[in-house]
Structure formats: C-alpha cells, structure tokens
Design a protein around this ligand. Structure first.
Ligand SMILES: [Cu+2]
Length: 70
C-alpha cells in the first residue's frame, strides 16, 4: 500500500471534508482518504502509485486547492 499526503487550502467544515473525501476517493487506485480539517492535510491510501495530477484535479472538482503536494 502507498500513502501520499497533500495539503489542501479552503476547507472550513465537515461538509468540505466530505466533498474532498468523495472526489478524491473516486480517483483510480485510491483505497482510502483521510482529511484533517485543522491542518488541511489529506492522506491518500492507494494500491500503488497514484497520479498526483488526478488527485489535484479531484480536489479542484470538490472546490478546493492543493497548496503543497508532499
Ligand atoms: Cu465546509
């Protein structure tokens, strides 16, 4: 399993967290998504390497911005 973390800007409540989880969870290969609202840290679990651009696009679809892929 691979774990990747991203810092996302603009999430302010539980609804934002749900939106990000839903969109990112639909990216191919992703098996789990955890979001820490306080820090904006999004942790993505996957079966193998995941296309970072797809994660960024998914976050954007949810209405937020990845500020620091890490
Ligand atoms: Cu919100």
């Amino acid at each position: 399993m691979t774990t990747t973390t991203y810092t996302v800007q603009g999430m302010t409540c539980g609804h934002c967290v749900s939106s990000v989880k839903e969109e990112v969870g639909e990216v191919s290969g992703v098996t789990g998504v955890e979001v820490d609202l306080a820090t904006g840290l999004v942790t993505v679990d996957s079966d193998g390497p995941v296309d970072g651009a797809a994660i960024v696009a998914a976050v954007k679809d949810a209405g937020y911005e990845v500020v620091a892929p890490s």
